[in-house]
Write a protein that binds this ligand. Structure first.
Ligand SMILES: [Zn+2]
Length: 253
């Protein structure tokens, strides 16, 4: 069956001298795996090998949505040259596509994740983008869409609202429990990640941002949120994320 869709390239592997296997996030069909024949020839229709982050119109055929399909045509319609010129922006973008590739199963459509990734890449390319905060919001939204954003409004064990948890105490996040553990409840749990008071405030700010309020995260707050959400994602995926060390400023978990 033939499909035409907008798509972003998440992953490429060499298949032969001239061909690639390309994982795309399509807007309507989710992640698809396609054999791109001849794309590495200089005079190919796609204008050469397809690069990570390439975004545009894709035509492909696929018999069974979980099988390897065939790329028929791809033309880049969005230029991400601003991202590619700067290592910090590029690394943040590569982290974003690694997360999407890791968290979405093939053939599981998530148009809202496509839109989120499209917007995030666009924002990361802008000169004034606060990169840490953009990535924090991206991780937050991605976890929300995939149903993995845990209980961040109250302690998952005793139900104490976050606003009432004493900030001088030890507050943790448990990936397995799917949420926050207050000072009184954390002792019984081995798998946990400590949350600094400033990061607790940043989580509340992100919840407000999701509700449509304009919020600003300081760099240190954004970095704290990123380390926490990256910890959660790593735990959920059961593997380390290759790009995490380039994106997280401080020592990771
Ligand atoms: Zn508690």
């Amino acid at each position: 069956m033939r499909h035409r869709d907008t798509a972003i390239c998440l992953r490429t592997t060499d298949y032969s001298e001239t061909s690639q296997i390309v994982h795309f996030l399509t807007r309507e069909a989710g992640v698809v795996r396609l054999l791109a024949k001849g794309t590495k020839r200089p005079k190919s229709k796609s204008g050469g090998a397809i690069d990570l982050l390439a975004e545009g119109d894709l035509m492909f055929s696929i018999r069974n949505i979980e099988a390897l399909g065939t790329l028929m045509e791809f033309s880049e319609t969005v230029s991400h040259s601003d991202l590619r010129r700067d290592a910090v922006r590029l690394n943040a973008s590569l982290y974003a596509i690694e997360l999407v590739g890791g968290m979405l199963a093939e053939a599981d459509p998530h148009p809202e994740v496509f839109d989120l990734l499209h917007k995030t890449l666009g924002r990361l390319g802008q000169a004034d983008a606060p990169i840490g905060a953009v990535i924090a919001y991206f991780q937050w939204r991605l976890l929300r869409h995939t149903g993995l954003l845990g209980g961040l409004a109250a302690c998952v064990a005793c139900g104490m609202p976050v606003a009432e948890i004493p900030q001088q105490g030890n507050v943790y996040f448990s990936s397995r429990e799917g949420g926050i553990l207050c000072d009184g409840c954390e002792a019984g749990h081995a798998e946990k990640f400590r949350i600094e008071p400033a990061v607790l405030g940043a989580l509340a700010a992100l919840a407000a941002a999701e509700a449509g309020k304009k919020v600003t995260l300081r760099d240190a707050q954004a970095d704290g949120v990123n380390r926490l959400l990256c910890y959660h994602i790593t735990h959920q995926l059961g593997k380390n994320l290759r790009m995490a060390k380039y994106v997280l400023k401080n020592k990771g978990p």
